[in-house]
Write a protein that binds this ligand. Structure first.
Ligand code: BES
Ligand code: MN
Ligand code: ZN
Length: 506
């Protein structure tokens, strides 16, 4: 997709679709709307009245142009109240507009940039958000559709603004913001493609191959460990989870190193279950339905690494993925098996469906062998987290307050929804086993917390550590603003934004 700046009136933009956002508490709908409306002899305002379009947050009106302006369609998007406006509303606007454009097979789109005059919202953030929304909203997963030749796709998006709106900000800075937004969004689409891929295609080996290919193009180093390597590493939790599957497990280790020597190293660790049938503690058919997305954490890490290679942060970043498939068969691990871990602790397996924490525990130990200052793991870890927070919000468990503050800054920048969760020490004893050092299951209540506490037992101090449970937002049940139905690519942008604000020195 080609993203560019446009400084003329939106009305004159030679684009198939033009889009403008309006505030619900601004009845005259602003200058850009007024200009379009004049070009259309008042028909746009009449359509808004007919459709009871008030500009409520997310409200979208698609107007079919019958003449007067060059575009064939106008999208009017509701920003909601003026004081609620910010980068996330702008991202939603661009997403909604590009989704319409993509649906009607438009090739070009012009978006009006809205900058509130109170100066509280950063223009560069808004421009970046428009780029992200445009790329994310136009996404369609076509890999397994028989595509008709010559089908049009949206490939030209222009961001329109008037000079007063961006006073003081140079064109080069605006273009850089567009580029940065596009890089973050392209990386998110890589994550979405991984999650949307069916599990017969995206096996652990295929996941490793795709990461390796991406890493090569992006300029990251990439090492793949096979089952024999995992055995040498003592990773018997990871190997154990994979034992019931015909597909061999992999550990994927990508590394970004900045040009200037860095004192600080961050590890991003992703759960990469390419399919989770539950193992011998088998799931119901309904419970299995969405389990191709059980590598959503891995996808977030891979996407983040792709963005990081472009954004070039100051610290070293390891992207580590534990890839496996959890299936039941004669060689599968059993409930009550005891497995040794890379870290040294022995684990009693109570439930083979609590497999993500097993794979992650070994991957965390592997990551800490790389001498990292900070570690973030990302996983579709528990249904309990969805019970606690709903399907749109991820849980964030953090053992370090400075890291928590930076993470919050990162998720505010990305617009992704997270909620801080407690690492409640009162629940930790639930993980004591009668016959091993730790067991992989606590009580039903607080299941997201005991899963996090299990991981915490494998984090060697001193290390700032965060665990992000993205079981809910990894998929979206519907297409809404820049989210398209199916994989969301959740986590990739927040992780990349996070790494960008990690301080250079300890
Ligand atoms: N991958 C699942 C968690 C999950 C469930 C993600 C639903 C997305 C949607 C995880 O491996 C799992 O099976 N968790 C079990 C844990 C239980 C056995 C303690 C769960 O949440 O039911
Ligand atoms: Mn499971
Ligand atoms: Zn799982």
């Amino acid at each position: 997709m080609k993203l560019s700046l446009y400084t003329d009136d939106l009305r004159d933009a030679m684009a198939d679709v033009v889009a403008v956002g309006v505030f619900s508490d601004e009845p005259d709908r602003g200058l850009a709307f007024a200009s379009l409306n004049r070009g259309l002899d008042g028909a746009l305002e009449r359509a808004c009245r007919d459709e009871a379009f008030k500009g409520h947050s997310g409200q979208t009106l698609v107007f079919n142009v019958a003449g007067g302006i060059a575009a064939t369609r106008v999208v009017v998007f509701g920003f909601g109240e003026r004081k609620q406006y910010g980068a996330e509303r702008a991202r939603a606007f661009a997403g909604a507009a590009s989704r319409v454009a993509s649906r009607v097979r438009a090739k070009s789109l012009a978006l009006q940039l809205t900058v509130p005059d109170d100066g509280v919202v950063d223009v560069l953030q808004l421009v970046g958000a428009l780029a992200e929304g445009s790329v994310l909203g136009a996404y369609v997963y076509r890999a397994h559709k028989t595509v008709e030749p010559g089908e049009d796709t949206l490939d030209d998006v222009r961001v329109a603004f008037v000079a007063e709106d961006v006073q003081g900000v140079k064109g080069s800075a605006l273009r850089r913001a567009l580029e940065r937004g596009q890089q973050l969004a392209d990386a998110t689409l890589f994550s979405r493609d991984l999650v949307n891929a069916p599990p017969n295609v995206l096996t652990p080996i295929e996941l490793a191959d795709r990461c390796k290919r991406m890493a090569k193009i992006a300029g990251l180093s990439c090492k793949i460990l096979n089952a024999r390597d995992l055995d040498r590493q003592g990773m018997h939790l990871h190997l154990g989870v994979a034992k019931g599957s015909d597909h061999e497990p992999r550990l994927i280790h990508m590394t970004y190193s900045p040009e200037e020597k860095s004192e600080r190293t961050v590890a991003l660790v992703g759960k990469g279950l390419t399919f989770d049938a539950g193992g011998l503690s088998i799931k119901t058919s309904e419970g299995m339905l969405e389990m191709k997305s059980d590598m959503g954490g891995a996808a977030a890490v891979a996407g983040a690494m792709m963005a990081i290679a472009k954004l070039k942060p100051a610290c070293v970043v390891h992207g580590i993925i534990g890839a496996a498939e959890n299936m039941p068969d004669g060689r599968a691990i059993r409930p009550s098996d005891v497995l040794p871990s890379k870290r040294g602790l022995t684990v009693e397996v109570i439930n083979t469906d609590a497999e993500g924490r097993l794979v992650l525990a070994d991957a965390i130990a592997y990551a800490q062998d790389q001498k990292v200052d900070e570690l973030i793991d990302v996983a579709t870890l528990t249904g309990a987290c969805m019970v606690a927070l709903g399907k749109k919000t991820a849980g964030a468990f953090v053992n370090d307050e400075r890291m928590a503050a930076r993470l919050e800054q990162a998720w505010k920048a990305s617009g992704e929804s997270f909620w801080r969760m407690p690492l409640d020490p009162a629940l930790d004893a639930q993980l004591d086993s009668d016959i091993a050092d730790v067991k992989n299951l606590g009580e039903r209540y607080g299941g997201a917390i005991t899963a996090a506490l299990f991981l915490q037992r494998f984090v060697e101090k001193p290390c700032a550590w965060a665990h992000l449970d993205i079981a809910g937002p990894v998929l979206s049940a519907e297409s809404v603003d820049y989210k398209t139905k199916g994989a969301t690519g959740f986590g990739a942008r927040t992780l990349a934004e996070y790494v960008m604000i990690v301080p250079k020195k300890r």
